[in-house]
Design a protein. Structure first.
Lengths: 295, 265
């Protein structure tokens, strides 16, 4: 082991690369990923620029879209469907779920497409393949923070300028502690599952259709359009397994003061997310060697 | 002196035909068909046997050679002899089925001009993106930015999205970024002279100065004149095997002789 590490160090010092036919499961080259950090930053930049130069409203779209969506949800589920929001004002309630859900769903879908969608470039040049999923997660987190700021503005408006002020109890302390964890869990789940899907869809392309459907179901299985308090006891086991429930609920309890789901749920979700990202990276690592030949 | 590139018995197997099921539907269909036609015991035996029965070709077989620092080596051979496959393995885009290669230094692969170019981005933004993809650090690109723009002759349009460029401008910009790489080892696959006549001459000149700068270059091209002008050594490949290696002129002789005999036979 010692001799191997020494060899890796010396090789890296001399920029020596050894290419061979053996595949090592756990030898993910993190240092190389760090060496390509400029490329990751440039891909993030490209992602933003390319996207907003093609839309009518440009960067404003990232702000308008969640507000519009929350509006639609509040009309359909709030007014028409009569689903309770635990007394929290509709717009605020749905927006709070959407901020993290949008992050998760966009990061997940884009990561799942990272190999098939970029097959051309991977056939022409080498860079560590994980560069692309990482740039996806980073660019989507930036959008998350933008939408979070919009949400905070809305929160202030509702708290201090409307009658529903007293019902909302934002907790600064919880905000500072839970937000990073919420982001980490959502990132790990989207990255882990995205990498798994990316690896599997290289060979079985029809699975990408399953993905969209799967996400739609997951939307309803997560308390975005209804509060956690309305989940019947029989379904608690299922919700325990859904790591996003802690994400949505943690976010709500920190910013709106709704009852917190409990530390044990949170820890379980965190562990599930770590497991997912671990398996995802391994599967991706296995497929990235040969996928150019399969795709 | 240790060779800067050492290739040891590299072989690459490619499977032919449809590479198994490409969708879950197909997979389930073929599984069901096999189950009903062959029977479960035979099917199980089939799943656990070696893969050798599947149709395959060896794109490369037992390829070995060494390259000393500073050599410009030309890979010569007919279409399909394995030149590009070898280059892809050495640039780590794909992996060998057997064997190993050791590359003692930073390398960059130019298998195509303009990899990563995105239409919505301006020339400036694409220079940075393409440079980073090819392995340059941001600081390095900033230093060379003016030289790159100057060489490409698209200065006036550098802040216009490249979807508005003419095809000539596009390739000139792409080639210009690649031409300013500083990696000590380069793998180049037929990207040479692009653009109109005047620019082509510039390209050849630039390649010559790159060649004389002490870098090691592994070069694949069908352009006999370019190979003769730039390379001091040649490796002649035929059907995935190394036939001979030696001075460029000798290798080119062998290549054209072989061609003559094949035409006659």
């Amino acid at each position: 082991m010692r001799a191997y590490l020494k060899k890796v160090y010396v090789d890296r010092l001399n920029s020596t690369t050894v290419i061979d036919a053996n595949f090592k499961w756990f030898r993910v080259d993190w240092i190389e990923l760090w060496q390509f950090r400029d490329l990751i930053a440039l891909f993030v930049k490209k992602e933003f620029i390319a996207r907003y130069r093609q839309t009518i409203l440009g960067p404003l779209w990232y702000i308008i879209q969640p507000i519009l969506m929350s509006g639609v949800l509040s009309v359909v589920f709030g007014k028409l469907g009569g689903l309770s929001t635990d007394e929290i004002p509709h717009l605020l309630f749905y927006f709070s779920g959407l901020v993290t859900w949008t992050y998760f769903t966009t990061a997940f879908q884009l990561t799942a497409d990272v190999l098939v969608g970029n097959a051309y470039i991977f056939q022409k040049v080498y860079f560590p393949r994980l560069v692309m999923p990482l740039s996806v997660v980073i660019s989507k987190s930036l959008i998350f923070f933008t939408q979070l700021s919009v949400f905070l503005v809305l929160l202030v408006v509702y708290k201090f300028f409307t009658n529903s002020g007293p019902i909302i109890h934002p907790n600064i302390f919880k905000m500072l502690i839970l937000t990073p964890f919420v982001l980490i869990i959502a990132s790990f789940v989207s990255l882990g599952l995205g990498l798994m899907f990316a690896a599997v869809t290289v060979k079985y392309k029809d699975l990408s259709h399953v993905l969209g459907f799967f996400i739609q179901l997951w939307f309803y299985a997560t308390p975005i359009v209804y509060p956690v308090s309305k989940i019947p006891k029989e379904y608690y086991f299922v919700t325990y397994l859904n790591p996003l429930i802690s994400v949505i609920d943690g976010f709500r309890s920190a910013y709106l003061g709704t009852p917190f789901i409990g530390i044990s749920y949170f820890v379980t979700s965190f562990m599930i997310s770590v497991l997912l990202v671990f398996v995802g990276i391994l599967m991706f690592h296995k497929i990235e060697r040969d996928f150019v030949d399969i795709i | 002196m240790k060779p800067i590139i050492e290739v040891q018995n590299i072989s690459k197997k490619y499977y032919l035909g449809m590479l198994g099921a490409t969708s879950i539907r197909e997979l389930l269909n073929s599984f069901y068909k096999n189950l009903t036609q062959i029977g479960p015991i035979e099917l199980f035996k089939g799943l656990t046997s070696k893969e050798n029965e599947r149709e395959h070709i060896w794109a490369l077989k037992d390829v070995s050679f060494s390259v000393q620092p500073g050599e410009i080596v030309g890979l010569i051979g007919r279409n399909g002899c394995g030149k590009s496959t070898l280059l892809r393995i050495l640039s780590r885009i794909t992996f060998p089925t057997e064997g190993r290669a050791v590359i003692r230094g930073k390398s960059s692969a130019l298998l195509e001009v303009g990899t990563g170019f995105h239409g919505e981005l301006s020339g400036r933004e694409n220079i940075f993106l393409n440079g980073a993809i090819l392995g340059m650090r941001k600081r390095e690109i900033e230093k060379k930015f003016d030289a790159i723009v100057d060489f490409s002759e698209v200065e006036k349009f550098i802040d216009t999205p490249i979807k508005h460029y003419s095809s000539g401008m596009y390739v000139r910009l792409a080639f210009s970024v690649a031409a300013h790489l500083e990696q000590p080892i380069l793998f180049v696959d037929e990207v040479l002279a692009v653009g109109d006549g005047a620019f082509q001459t510039k390209c050849i000149e630039k390649m010559k100065s790159v060649a004389h700068s002490g870098r090691t270059i592994l070069f694949v091209s069908h352009d006999e004149k370019a190979v003769r002008r730039l390379c001091n050594r040649g490796i002649y490949l035929k059907q995935g095997r190394v036939v001979a290696t030696g001075p460029t002129s000798e290798m080119l002789e062998l290549y054209s002789d072989d061609g003559k005999f094949e035409n006659v036979a």
